[in-house]
Structure formats: structure tokens, C-alpha cells
Design a protein around this ligand. Structure first.
Ligand SMILES: N[C@@H](CCC(=O)N[C@@H](CS)C(=O)NCC(=O)O)C(=O)O
Length: 211
């Protein structure tokens, strides 16, 4: 059985939960309470030296880190449904959209970064929220601008890697009160995806550690 170290509100954990569900892979969840600082516990750091979630531990004890690397692994061991298209150009476009979220939005809004801005540089709680809204708004505009007209999801009629990144990021956008009125296309994608059991079961509020 696969073991997923996860935090219910973590969007990177949410990405892996969706992919595991889409591929029909069963797993057990070990909650890592990020707010309590459990990501800094020595036993956990031995698994994930960058002190974040998710970590996926395989049956032989191998620990995989970095959500996109884990998604790539899952796509290799369980290719159906594929998270990336075969066509090289489309594949690059899907990965570019995913990276807008995974490398342009997520790192600058991560808990440890915002906490350091508060503790070392005097950012207030309100400014912290404004900071996160700013980067999410900018990134979501970029994401939406990359999309073709027509498909039900971002680039296809089934959800791909970028849709997983998008839907999980939109959870955070709702949570932090981002004005989503300019993003009708993205909200349509989210609405459809959340009707799928694989996405629904992965939602933060459906996790064992949700409070
Ligand atoms: N690039 C990593 C980021 C992992 C990460 O930092 N996850 C966040 C939760 S979404 C976390 O654990 N943060 C802990 C902290 O900021 O202290 C990935 O995609 O897995």
C-alpha cells in the first residue's frame, strides 16, 4: 500500500491525492500538521529534507518528494488516464500551464515564505493576505491567457496535469478571497472537475485531518 504524507489544506498534497484517485491507486494518509510545525520533526525531515508535504512512500519504503515528480512517477506506473498528452507541442503547453501554478504562484505564497516575511520583514497579517492575492491573481491571468477556446478542461476533454494544478490552486484562491470574477473559464473547469469522484474525494474538506 502507498503511504501519502499529506496536510488537508496543502494544495501540493491535494495534487497528489487527485492523481492517485484518477489512477485508481489506493493509499493510506499520514497527516502532517503544517500549522503545528510537524514538517520540521526530524523523522519527517529524514523523508522530506525540504520540510514540506507531500511525500509518497512506496511499498518498498522509497520516499518520493516534490508533487510534480510524484505525479510524473504515478503517470509512469499507471499510464491510464494519462496526465500529459503525447503530442510534443501540446505536452509542452500543458506543462507550461502547470508550471505557472507550481513554480510561479505556489512558491511565493508558501507558508514558510509568508511566515518569514512576517517575522523578519514586518509584514502584517492583512499584508500577507494581500501578497498572496496579488500573486494568485497575476498567475491565474497568465494561466487563463494560455488556454485555447473549446475544450472542456484546459487543453482537452479530460483533466490533465495542468487541470490538477489549477483546481487545487483555486481552492486556495477561494480560501484567501481572491476576486475570481475575471476567471469565468477557470471556474467552469473547476466546477466540472469537482464533479468527478477523483477530485471530490481529494478535496481538503474530505480529508481525515480536516478540522
Ligand atoms: N515544491 C514542493 C512544495 C512542497 C511544499 O512546500 N508544500 C507546502 C504545502 S502546500 C508545505 O509543506 N509547506 C510547509 C511550510 O511552508 O512550512 C512540491 O510541489 O511538493
Amino acid at each position: 500500500m502507498l503511504t501519502l504524507y499529506s496536510y488537508w489544506r496543502s494544495t501540493t498534497s491535494y495534487r497528489v491525492r487527485v492523481a492517485l484517485n484518477l489512477k485508481g491507486l489506493s493509499y493510506r494518509t499520514v497527516p502532517v500538521d503544517l500549522v503545528a510545525g510537524a514538517q520540521h520533526a526530524p523523522d519527517y525531515v529524514a523523508l522530506n529534507p525540504i520540510k514540506g508535504v507531500p511525500t509518497l512512500v512506496l511499498e518498498d519504503g522509497t520516499a518520493l518528494t516534490q508533487s510534480l515528480a510524484i505525479l510524473d512517477y504515478l503517470d509512469q506506473i499507471a499510464p491510464d488516464p494519462a496526465l500529459l498528452p503525447d503530442d510534443p507541442v501540446l505536452r509542452a503547453r500543458v506543462q507550461a500551464a502547470a508550471q505557472v501554478i507550481a513554480t510561479d504562484i505556489h512558491p511565493v505564497n508558501n507558508l514558510k515564505l509568508v511566515n518569514r516575511l512576517k517575522s523578519e520583514y514586518g509584514l502584517s497579517a492583512d499584508q500577507g493576505v494581500e501578497w498572496m492575492r496579488h500573486w494568485m491573481t497575476q498567475g491565474l491571468h497568465a494561466y487563463q491567457a494560455l488556454l485555447p477556446e473549446g475544450p472542456a478542461y484546459s487543453f482537452s476533454d479530460t483533466p490533465l496535469l495542468c487541470d490538477i494544478c489549477l483546481v487545487t490552486q483555486l481552492y486556495n484562491a477561494h480560501r484567501w478571497g481572491v476576486d475570481l470574477t475575471p476567471f469565468a473559464r477557470l471556474l467552469q473547469i473547476e466546477e466540472q472537475a469537482l464533479k468527478l469522484p477523483a477530485f471530490d474525494a481529494a478535496r481538503p474538506e474530505n480529508q481525515p485531518d480536516a478540522t
